[in-house]
Design a protein around this ligand. Sequence first.
Ligand SMILES: NC(=O)c1ccc[n+]([C@@H]2O[C@H](COP(=O)([O-])OP(=O)(O)OC[C@H]3O[C@@H](n4cnc5c(N)ncnc54)[C@H](O)[C@@H]3O)[C@@H](O)[C@H]2O)c1
Ligand SMILES: [Fe+2]
Length: 382
Amino acid sequence: MAQFTVPTHIITGKGALDEAKAYIKSYGKKALIVTGKHVVKSTMMQALIEKLEDIEIEYNIFDGITGEPTDCMIEEGIKVYHDNNCEFLIGIGGGSPLDAAKAIGAMITNPGVIADYNGKEIPNRIPPVVAIPTTAGTGSEATKFTIITDSKKDIKMLLKGDYLIPELAIVDYEFGMTAPRSVTVATGLDALTHAVEAYTSKKATVMSDTLAVSAIKRIVKYLPLVSQDGSNREAREEMAIAALEAGICINNSSVTLVHGLSRPIGALFHVPHGMSNAMLLTRCMAFAAPEVTDRLAILARETKVATLEESDTIAADKFIVKLEEICKICEIPTLSEYGINQDTFDRAIEKMATDAVASGSPSNTRRVVTKEDCMKLYKEVY
Ligand SMILES: NC(=O)c1ccc[n+]([C@@H]2O[C@H](COP(=O)([O-])OP(=O)(O)OC[C@H]3O[C@@H](n4cnc5c(N)ncnc54)[C@H](O)[C@@H]3O)[C@@H](O)[C@H]2O)c1
Ligand SMILES: [Fe+2]
């Protein structure tokens, strides 16, 4: 038996905002738009505001999401929401503003502070959240997760609950056209990591498998293309759909070892989320391979990197080599090449391994993962 959960409405394609107007109007009279300093000045923002004015929805803009979101940014957003009597939220931007909109929403109807809910389910229904991604990566528009940094403890908290799933996801690939190469490749590799992790997760289901295979095929074909030419519309569109598919996958089947190890690197060393996943992806998949050889072999055949005649073991190896090749095309550095000091990193390994295990994600891996395994993997990928 398996459940499958998605946002109430998903609108995809060019001009999706137009199609969304009637839904947006039904959520209330006044929206809090949550975004960052770059997107707030963009034509995407202008397009959103025009649509809101068309349907006579009032709005306030909170553009305080200046990086991956922290508890302090969420506190500020909650204040703006209350001070202006907003009734629902619109997150527009990359995964950071989308996650921030969900977290602000959570703290409108749930008591205490955001850190109280680390690792717990958000218990009360939150105001409607509209999610408009402008990167093709996190899939946050379709997930019940929000990742917020606890600035006192230096950890990326994983908050979850069905109430965090956006009411409406608006996925217009045109919004991703302006993303610079560094953002395009990091976010694309985040989506690839989601799909591969969900497919090899203990919690994989028939429905998430279908979408994972679809997302992986799109990404293997189109991420190398879009990394070379950001103006390739077809590739942007395919990547936006793949990111959505991969988000739905993790919503239902969870992430595993890669995200488990990645979040502590993000919290302590501020490596962008997709990039830290990519730094870990091939090594972690090679670690998990003995328990997921059959599944990696299917992915190899689906993406045509192995033939039907080749054994599962050879096919699985070839898929891992393919992942490595994509990371190389995307010019993903190692942690050392990224400039992280070895001594500082080595000293952080114990804390990172503890935090990774505590997040629960590594235990979704089909191979048993111990804290010692995590410490060893951190050393290997440095
Ligand atoms: N909720 C989930 O299920 C989930 C899943 C994966 C990751 N995440 C979280 O998402 C966050 C990362 O999100 P992200 O990778 O999308 O990065 P991001 O939202 O931090 O954006 C990265 C940069 O790209 C810029 N940008 C965004 N769209 C642009 C566009 N169209 N044109 C030009 N510039 C643009 C932003 O201004 C920012 O500087 C992390 O905090 C991560 O933990 C959440
Ligand atoms: Fe991710």
